[in-house]
Design a protein around this ligand. Structure first.
Ligand code: OXD
Ligand code: MN
Length: 597
């Protein structure tokens, strides 16, 4: 019980519907987390890792049907379908509540219902939001304790009267008297519902125990409900990293960036610059909440307290800071287990072991065709464990953003870096952000561009056209000289031999360096029909071993390729039922510039 009557009433209501054996209020302490981890290890759902190799860490293996976010089962429930827009699954709130009411009835039988008070953002920030998640999953409690400020710190504010968002989560796997539990309880796909009610600011998620479906502070609250609240209240909730960059003169720049999945977002958030004297620090790796302050500048906070990162591909080469972060006190999900009791995944440091236990708990021997770690296997770790975390990452005011990057995986057409002419043109660049589908993803769509406006396609809690209009309108909160500049970047351009033209990773600091000099007005850009590009001599390329002609290709604007791009953008814009007129104008202006070039 708490001192907040409304909270107690809701907890009681949910408990009488779901009939758990016990109700437990989480305090968020380290002892509590240790106790819960030990319980999961004892009941066979968690595996303790070797304390010598990976102290304080645990591995979970999910049900094979419950390995990622389920976009098909994710719903935005508004009174009118057009409010959810053409890119979201929609159901009327009453219809959805009726379905969920039936599903939740008795669904926590034989289990404990945990009450998780939590805060998204630093507890004392005016931008932060409080919430309470009810769940019957101890795995969720353990992860929420890392990803959010959880327990007494949040409950205290809620007891003092802070508004809280109701987040209800259930695994959908009740236990009858004497029934043996399974290591990863969840419901079948057709019973999974990740549902959002923006009009009443509620989240109800049923049937999945995994990541963004179950840790409701992240995608559900910080992005979907968050973006809807942000539109109402005049701020931005974005799928963006936040990076602090300090040049050799000690000048500090804050950059945030929208990147769809599989485009190196976490790597960029933890970049180690190869340019001497430059320092990069992490403020956030996935989500930014931003508002214009009285000084007219855009300030960002990271609403999360941890990283829920994709393990696969992470190594001391690709991301040394992530590797150091997960050296202890880390929760791993769906990665492989070594004979020594450590974790393993694709491209991790060192040779491939001869024998592993794969992510489904089966023996795996070197040479077997299957992948021992799931490609969406994850680590959950406190941001404070990251060596590159910025000392001011929890500044309640947030950090003032100088530049916004939008970047996808584009083997052709899109240059290494392109500065928008102005704010509206930058929003246009964000609206057409896309990634070319590679063989690693869906083989019959290779070469096609999948557009993902500001990397928010699966995360906007309202009509995507209105979302872009909101970005356009935010400019009114500031003046052109104070608005962050918007850049498109593309680290993934390839040549005709299918080789990457740009080394990426730490060398992306060379692009960031040019951006900072543009911000200071120190360097001229080349005006092209698509935007403002660097002169080759203005990019610091010393020490790089680029292929002959690489820079020319990285900075070219090929008229033929851009004609095809125009056609593809027009196709993309057709899906909008509410395309802002300004973006139609931007597209027309681009076409005219290309035609008269
Ligand atoms: C994530 C995602 O997990 O974007 O961050 O899917
Ligand atoms: Mn993300």
């Amino acid at each position: 019980m708490s001192k907040n009557v409304a909270l107690n009433k809701w907890v009681e209501e949910v408990a009488s519907l779901t009939t758990p054996d016990k109700i437990y209020w989480c305090d968020g302490s380290t002892e509590e987390r240790e106790r819960l981890i030990n319980e999961t290890v004892k009941n066979g759902s968690g595996v303790r890792l070797n304390p010598q190799l990976r102290p304080g860490s645990v591995l979970f293996r999910s049900d094979p049907s419950d390995v990622a976010r389920v976009e098909d089962r994710t719903f935005i429930c508004t009174s009118l379908q057009e409010e959810a827009g053409p890119t979201n699954n929609w159901m009327h709130p009453e219809e959805m509540k009726a379905i969920l009411n039936d599903l939740f009835k008795g669904s926590m039988k034989g289990r404990t219902m945990y009450v998780i008070p939590f805060c998204m953002g630093p507890v004392d920030s005016p931008m932060s939001m409080f919430a309470v998640q009810l769940t019957d999953s101890p795995y969720v409690v353990i992860n929420m304790g890392i990803m959010t400020r959880m327990g007494d710190v949040a409950l205290q504010k809620i007891e003092e009267g802070a508004d809280f968002i109701k987040c209800l989560h259930g695994l959908g796997y009740p236990l009858e008297e004497g029934q043996q539990d399974v290591p990863w309880p969840c419901a079948p796909m057709e019973k999974k519902y990740i549902s959002h009610f923006p009009e009443t600011r509620e989240i109800i998620s049923f049937g999945s125990g995994y990541g963004g479906n179950a840790l409701l502070g992240k995608k559900c609250l910080a992005l979907r409900i968050g973006s809807s609240i942000a539109r109402e209240e005049g701020w931005l909730a974005e799928h963006m990293l936040i990076l602090k960059l300090t040049n050799p003169e000690g000048e500090v720049f804050y950059i945030c960036g929208a990147f769809p999945s599989a485009t190196g977002k976490t790597n960029l958030a933890m970049i180690q610059p190869t340019l001497p004297g430059w320092k990069a620090e992490t403020v956030g790796d996935d989500i930014a909440w931003m508002h214009f302050d009285e000084d007219g500048r855009l300030y960002a906070i990271n609403p999360e307290a941890g990283f829920f990162g994709v393990a696969s591909g992470t190594s001391s080469d690709s991301n040394p800071n992530a590797m150091a972060s997960v050296s202890h006190n880390t929760v791993f999900t769906n990665v492989a287990l070594t004979d020594e009791g450590d974790v393993w995944w694709e491209d991790i440091d060192g040779p491939v072991p001869d024998h592993l236990i794969d992510w489904q708990g089966n023996d795996w021997n070197k040479g077997d065709a299957s992948k021992p770690a799931h490609p969406n296997g994850r680590f959950t770790v406190a941001a404070s464990q990251c060596p590159s975390i910025a000392d001011n990452w929890e500044d309640p005011r947030g950090v003032p953003i100088d530049a916004i990057l939008v970047g996808g995986r584009r083997p052709s057409t899109v240059p290494l870096v392109n500065e928008s002419f102005d704010w509206n043109h930058g929003i246009f660049l964000g609206s057409v952000l896309g990634s070319e589908v590679t063989a690693a993803v869906i083989s019959d769509k290779i070469g096609q561009v999948r557009r993902d406006p500001f990397a928010m396609l699966p995360f906007s809690g309202y009509n995507i056209g209105d979302y872009l209009l909101h970005w356009l309108e935010m400019a009114k909160e500031s003046t052109e000289d104070k608005l962050p500049k918007i850049y498109s970047v593309n680290w993934f351009r390839k040549d005709s031999e299918n080789d990457f033209l740009w080394p990426g990773f730490g060398d992306n600091s060379r692009v960031l360096e040019w951006i900072t000099r543009r911000l200071k007005g120190e360097v001229e850009a080349v005006e092209t029909p698509i935007g403002l590009l660097p002169k080759e001599e203005d990019l610091r390329l010393e020490g790089l071993d680029l292929k002959e002609g690489a820079m020319k290709a990285l900075l070219e604007v090929d008229p033929e390729a851009w004609k095809a791009e125009l056609a593809s953008i027009k196709e993309h814009y057709k899906m909008y039922d509410r395309l802002p007129e300004e973006l139609a104008q931007q597209l027309k202006a681009l076409e005219e510039r290309l035609n008269s070039a």
